[in-house]
Design a protein around this ligand. Sequence first.
Ligand code: NI
Length: 178
Amino acid sequence: MAVREILRMGHPVLLQQAEPVIQFNTPELAQLLEDMHDTMIAANGAGLAAPQIGVSLQVVVFGVKDNPRYPDADQVPYTILINPLITPLKEEIEDGWEGCLSVPGLRGVVPRYSHIRYTGFDPQGTAIDRTVQGFHARVVQHECDHLIGVLYPMRMRDLRQLGYTSVLFPDRDELEDD
Ligand code: NI
């Protein structure tokens, strides 16, 4: 198990365009994926992108099952997604609260497409193709933004809706550790 340091907003790697993965099924990729999994679980994250641990590759992991940081969220199966591509399926935009392990202690309201299709590859290079909505769609859009150097505050339309988790949600003790 290797829990890696999570880079925080202000680190230049978080603003870079990540490179596509060229070779699948390699020991290096397996090690990266293991570290990303362990780091995400240790931080109670809903997802993690490789640039957040300093690796500028197009790799994201995500999954939500009884997550204390997102107690009201729908469940999302644990997924490894490489070289992802997102296609919005409707014009519809939904506002929702987001946090980010690279922006600890804060939450903000972010507009996201409500319905998307995403494609990409698993670690063996097998194609993934899913149509999703709601929180699942939000998590994928958030994580894939990390691959183009975008953090959620950069997507916000009203910065008055950015605040400290412990102030916005004082009754949610379990949310405070991000
Ligand atoms: Ni994030």
